[in-house]
Write a protein that binds this ligand. Structure first.
Ligand code: BEZ
Length: 414
């Protein structure tokens, strides 16, 4: 498939792609081998200079269920940096990429390596909520800056918020709470919920239930298959037996591809409407889902079809460089790069004083392709609009057409 609106290639989740992405890394050694050594070093405080190249650690999964998300995040980051000639405040920018495998223990080892061995100036990335929760104390205690460009774990910008952690993506509450009321008003009164069995899955279901039940809706069942699941048939059968008016599901990456395909294969498509946060049908998975995703309605703070001059410019540049349309993961990472660029410029290239960098980030306002967007200085989480989208045929491909702006949403915080 290749067209103006649809993505030109699907994600393969292959180790070949992973290797090629790591190839461009300045330093990307097997961090597992250095793990025990670093663990013995104790906590390291910020360790960087204000001259020479700026080193940005990029910690994303390049293996497993969320590989496509990690790849898109690298692409979004590199697109922005290329637009500033890979230079910030007169200093060259060097990326040090590491594969988190979306596993908290692996990610912790790699984050320590980035901080202690590579001496990066700051770190960005992080796809999984479980990984974000596992890294929180390391960054907080060592006063190193982490700009999360996906993982939505609520606590990271609530009761476990840190002065040194920012998020350019969303909280899990933010991507699902707005959908509950809308689904009650527009789809049905009895919902079955399903999501992978880890922090993000649990928080997404809770956020949807919060507004759906408050509106008067009833939850008729909940299921939490393992993350990285192949066979959804037993779960889909139970959903059918619950006879709901609608199914609410959060899946992403290869889980989203399989779930949506099997929802059609086992006969629920067209009979029980499927809704969820937009990751379910985002542009990283839509080329593989194709017609199986038609009609699915999702809530998200982005669609590559958003009709604004800023977004059109972003989509055009992204398509020009990568021959595919951007996903929300690429967008969030592009905005992380914008935030990092603005803050380092504001400190005139001084990356050593982390408190100054934090203050600069708190004061930064960005023009995001997603529309009105600012970072809440209280929580370091975005305040932004959430859109209701529907998968429709667009050109000779598929796209998430924006059918309603659900309004501006700010995570409630602690
Ligand atoms: C998460 O774990 O927070 C997450 C993963 C994939 C998509 C969205 C959220």
């Amino acid at each position: 498939m290749s067209d103006e609106q649809g993505r030109t290639r699907g994600r393969e989740y292959s180790p070949i792609t992973r290797r090629s992405l790591l190839k461009g890394a300045a330093v990307a050694t097997g961090a597992l081998a250095v793990g025990p050594l670093l663990q013995g070093c104790g906590a390291a405080g910020p360790t960087t200079s204000s001259s020479g190249p700026i080193k940005i650690g990029v910690l994303v999964p390049l293996a497993g269920v969320y590989t496509g998300l990690g790849e898109d995040m690298i692409q979004g980051l590199e697109l922005y940096l290329e637009s500033v000639n890979n230079e910030i405040a007169g200093r060259k920018v060097e990326l040090v990429k590491e594969d988190s495998e979306a596993k908290p223990d692996v990610a912790l080892t790699k984050a320590r390596k980035l901080i202690e061995q590579d001496k990066v100036d700051l770190v960005t990335g992080i796809v999984s909520s479980a990984v974000a929760l596992g890294l929180r104390d390391l960054f907080d205690s060592t006063k190193n800056i982490l700009v999360i460009s996906n993982a939505g774990a609520n606590a990271v910008t609530r009761d476990r918020k840190s002065k040194y952690i920012f998020r350019t993506s969303f909280s899990n509450w933010q991507s699902c709470f707005p959908l509950g009321q809308w689904a009650f008003d527009n789809v049905g009164k009895r919902a079955f919920c399903s999501a992978p069995d880890y922090a993000a899955g649990k928080e997404d279901v809770e956020a949807f239930k919060e507004s759906f039940v408050k509106a008067g809706g009833e939850i008729v069942g909940e299921l939490f298959p393992p993350l990285g699941n192949n066979d959804y048939q037993p779960f889909i059968t139970q959903m059918q037996q619950g006879a709901p008016d609608l199914v609410f599901s959060f899946y992403s990456g290869s889980d989203a591809v399989r779930f949506v395909q099997q929802y059609e294969q086992f006969g629920l498509k067209g009979k029980i409407p499927l809704v969820g946060p937009g990751f379910l049908t985002e542009t990283d998975v839509l080329p593989q889902q194709q017609a199986a995703a038609e009609g699915i309605r999702t809530s998200l703070h982005y669609s590559h079809l958003l009709d604004t001059p800023e977004n059109k410019k972003f989509v055009e540049a992204y398509q020009g460089k990568y021959n595919e349309v951007p996903s929300v993961f690429a967008l969030q990472s592009y905005d992380a790069a914008q935030l990092i660029d603005a803050a380092i410029k504001a400190t005139e290239g001084n990356t050593s004083d982390k408190d100054k960098l934090v203050a600069a980030m708190e004061a930064t306002t960005l023009t995001s392709p997603r529309g009105p967007f600012r970072i809440d200085p209280e929580t370091h989480n975005p305040i932004m609009h959430v859109y209701l989208r529907e998968v429709q045929k667009v050109g000779d491909g598929w796209g998430n057409v924006v059918i309603q702006d659900l309004g501006e949403f700010k995570d409630p915080g602690a």
